[in-house]
Design a protein around this ligand. Sequence first.
Ligand code: NAD
Ligand code: ZN
Length: 251
Amino acid sequence: MVVYGELDAIARRLRRDARITVLTGAGISAASGVPTFRGAEGLWNEFRAEQLATLEAFARDPRLVWEWYDWRRQRIAACRPNAGHDVLAAWSRRFPHFTLITQNVDGLHERAGTRGVLRMHGSIWEVACWSGCAGSPARWTDEAVPLSEIPPRCIYCGGLIRPGVVWFGEALDPEIVGKCLEATRCDVFLTIGTSAVVHPAASLIEEARRRGAYTVEINLEPTPASAFVDVAVQGAAEQVLADIDRRLEQG
Ligand code: NAD
Ligand code: ZN
């Protein structure tokens, strides 16, 4: 249930000169039709994401893992950014000190026109050479849907390539982690549509709070973060964000 007084309070915090940081998870893209991993639709051929999005799974069966990524890329290509992505894109232009951190790999924030997105988990639209061959860049864009060959081949060495995403058990890019940590020094920190169980994403909320930010969660369900944020709004991201944005417009 959305308590409307809470939305007024949040809108009042979103002043033009405020430093605003937003962290999004799979929930922001749910209304676009991109399944979350933990929801009922997150299963693919009876596999869980944790059985497919790992180095070990890829080493064992690159074809299986690429079939899953090809399916996800096709699904995402058919999706459009929703009202939640659109509001955040508008805020990235409206507020001079605005940072968007996402755990999502779908590229929908970018397609909505959000500036300077920090992608903690990479992009499903990028690939890298599996063996890191000398001629190849660290990552490059490949938006072919569907893939012409599975598993796809490295255009530099002819060997295997891997999706440009961070798998379970892999380290995050330290440069991006550094920028995310820097962004926790803010006035308002919103965590939206993330289960807040995956670290270090979850610890960013705690860090923002420790540094004195006004912290807000928007999620369909309570999460471990609900207990310590200033306001936990229980509702759909696309609706709640549109409601807050309307309040900003009304000034
Ligand atoms: P998650 O699947 O664990 O959790 C999604 C959260 O969103 C849940 O807490 C759920 O209650 C909430 N939610 C669902 N619909 C919502 C809505 N309409 N409005 C508000 N909240 C809603 O996802 P996660 O915590 O982001 O972490 C899982 C990892 O899986 C991520 O790190 C990400 O890399 C990856 N992933 C990415 C995508 C994507 O790119 N769209 C999709 C699935 C998983
Ligand atoms: Zn190569």
